[in-house]
Write a protein that binds this ligand. Sequence first.
Ligand SMILES: Cc1cc2nc3c(=O)[nH]c(=O)nc-3n(C[C@H](O)[C@H](O)[C@H](O)COP(=O)(O)O)c2cc1C
Ligand code: SF4
Ligand code: SF4
Length: 287
Amino acid sequence: MADIIIDQETCIGCGACVDVCSVTHVYALGEDDQAKVLSPSRCWECGQCVAVCPVDSITHSSFPLDECPVIDRSEDDLEKLIGYLRERRSNRVYKDKQVEREKVTDLVRTTRWAPTGKNLQAISWVAVDDPKTIALLSQKTVEVLVQGAEQLRKASTSKIDPQDQKILLMQAKTFEHLGRRNEKGEEPIFFGAPVVLAAVTPHSHFGRDDAVISGYTMQLAAVQMGLATCQIGYFIAGLEFDPDLGRDILEIPDEREIQMVLTLGYPKHIMRRMVTRDPLPFRWVEN
Ligand SMILES: Cc1cc2nc3c(=O)[nH]c(=O)nc-3n(C[C@H](O)[C@H](O)[C@H](O)COP(=O)(O)O)c2cc1C
Ligand code: SF4
Ligand code: SF4
């Protein structure tokens, strides 16, 4: 249970902690206009009260102030952030160089700062850097997708909307093409990347979202560490046909599932320029 104390000497009664706490009855403003702790056992440890208190009056057992630095904002932060977002690209061509395990560990740890549904933080990452294991994972993925293509072709002949038929056939052709590339000796899933990373969560309706946000956080951080990544949706597509794809190879226990996969390596080519993107459709609902 969280241990929460409000310093009655320094609290200025601004009410910010009461406002931001999404759990009722953890805090209330007392008649003396100072915040009081009512039911600390209800706290679900989001840390928002500690983050907003303007005078550091809250001592919270899960959020010691020396581990919660004050945010230093500057005027060009947004511009810098957009620069970071635009710098992240999918990189499929890597140097023939292993990524140091320590560096991979540092990179994975950056995802601590990614949000998770209910703040569960139940996500974990698994890394593999053995070329044979990566090749096996790739082979299994291709096999599952090629078998999946057969199912898609069959489904496309059933009585469904012609547009849906077309989509199923297109997907089938994509997977069959991967099969042909694989037969030619290419490695079409992970492109021979030195590292493959998988995000794993318990079975939960937040799992995929948590993993994608975590992975995207990692992709952004990787660029700043001189590393390159690519999200591998083909692996996730394979899970639709075989939910246990990769479970044995990556030693994933039954109660958890793979939710997102990334490749990682040192980029062979440095992206010098940011590129443009389509204008984003956006509209307001006017009543
Ligand atoms: C959900 C998702 C799945 C993806 N799956 C793959 C994949 O399986 N193989 C691949 O080469 N690229 C994959 N990508 C990379 C996209 O092709 C890439 O993000 C897109 O072309 C935009 O390019 P950029 O990431 O360089 O900005 C995936 C990206 C996303 C967001
Ligand atoms: S950590 Fe979050 S849930 Fe707990 S008291 Fe503070 S604001 Fe409320
Ligand atoms: S946010 Fe801090 S100063 Fe404001 S009421 Fe809560 S404890 Fe007091």
